[in-house]
Design a binder for this molecule. Structure first.
Ligand SMILES: C=C(C(=O)O)c1ccccc1
Length: 370
């Protein structure tokens, strides 16, 4: 029977176990440039089968939170090279999460103080993290977005392609396209945020178009074997909504099957919350989603997330439903999570007060087992 601690092939990599560190925004990279503290943080967690970095902005337009890292400055690529080299030196494997936030941003973070962009000019009932005049961080309401012109969309697809190339060139083993949690790609997918009347709006086929163009561009540039994508079919995060997610996401993953992707990362339920959260009038069929993908010949690693504990993660892998399980908050507080799960040891409790912003406290100072 397969366990969490068995190796798994992901793309060209043989990972030592089936435990992934989920992408975790920590707001500790001023100027969008990874620093030595970030190096320490990722190296501490390098026993994970796969580290998936925090959301990393593909451009300044794609940046929605202060002090998150990017891939759009030479200094940032140099900073990431330090992270990837150190993780590899420690025997780890690391993917970067390619992130464009779309409307979940603030004018103070946008080029020239411009409005954030989105499929449609619909403001998110959500907040984002900015640095105030006094230098302290705070969550503030997101700004009113403007609708992207049709002519702008190819340029954003190109931004994902270039960021993916730069990511591989600065040492990442793979990329995860952030298609979840109400950010730009998810804004195109969901009818609550996409009111377009052109080829990118209306029907399911039209609303998945942008996601598929990004996946195609990235997979062509770096190889499907180095490309993953994260989706969150029913999450309400960042005011995302769609009244009938099952046909939408079944169709989306069926299209993914053509790209020989390395992994598909699925947030089950409300992000960081209720696994049984539903949008629409029926519970989401998670096994059905995977069957839709496999039914079209999709072979990517199926990585599941959200509120798993040791027992449920072990059961999900043993049953053959999940190939890998990712953990978020547990990895904030337990750098040696793999060992703790293997030994069924007690877990440190994360301190929510230090999740976002700050320095070493609550970031690199959690204890490991003796
Ligand atoms: C990147 C994030 C996501 O995927 O939701 C994020 C951003 C800010 C706070 C928490 C999470």
């Amino acid at each position: 029977m397969t366990t969490l601690f068995d190796p798994i092939q992901l793309g060209d990599m043989l990972l030592p176990n089936r435990i992934a560190m989920a992408p975790l925004t920590r707001n500790r990279s001023p100027g969008a440039i990874p620093n030595d503290l970030n190096v320490t943080y990722y190296v501490q967690r390098a026993t994970a089968g796969l580290l998936i970095s925090e959301g990393t902005a593909i451009t300044q337009q794609g940046q929605g939170y202060a002090q998150v890292p990017g891939l759009y400055k030479p200094e940032a690529l140099a900073g990431w090279r330090k992270v990837t080299d150190a993780v590899h030196e420690a025997g780890g494997h690391i993917a970067v999460q390619l992130w464009h936030v779309g409307r979940v941003s603030h004018t103070s973070l946008q080029p020239g103080g411009a409005a954030p962009v989105a499929p449609s000019a619909i403001r998110a009932r959500s907040k984002t993290y900015v640095i105030g005049e006094d230098g302290s961080g705070a969550f503030v309401d997101t700004s009113e977005p403007r609708a992207l012109e049709l002519s702008e969309i190819p340029g954003i697809v190109e931004d994902y392609r270039r960021a993916a190339r730069d990511a591989i060139d600065c040492g990442f083993d793979a990329v995860e396209i952030h298609g979840a949690n109400g950010y730009l790609i998810d804004q195109f997918l969901r009818s609550g945020t996409n009111h377009r009347t052109d080829a990118y709006g209306g029907s399911i086929e039209n609303r998945v178009r942008f996601a598929l163009e990004v996946v195609e561009a990235v997979a062509k540039e770096i190889g499907g074997n180095r490309t993953g994508i994260r989706i969150s079919p029913v999450t309400p995060a960042n005011d995302a909504s769609d009244p009938d997610p099952q046909p939408l996401f079944n169709h989306l993953v069926e299209q993914f099957a053509a790209f020989d992707l390395a992994f598909i990362h699925v947030i089950e339920g409300a992000t960081g919350g209720d696994r049984d959260f539903r949008q629409g009038d029926r519970p989401f069929d998670w096994a059905g989603l995977k069957a839709a993908y496999r039914g079209k010949g999709g072979k990517a690693v199926w990585m599941t997330n959200n509120a798993y504990d040791r027992a449920s993660a072990m059961a999900a892998v043993a049953s053959g439903y999940a190939d890998m399980v990712s953990f978020g908050r547990e990895y904030i507080a337990n750098p040696d999570l793999v060992r703790r799960l293997k030994e069924n040891a007690e877990l440190n409790t994360p301190n929510r007060a230090t999740f976002y912003g700050g320095g070493a406290e609550g970031y690199t100072d959690y204890p490991v087992l003796a």
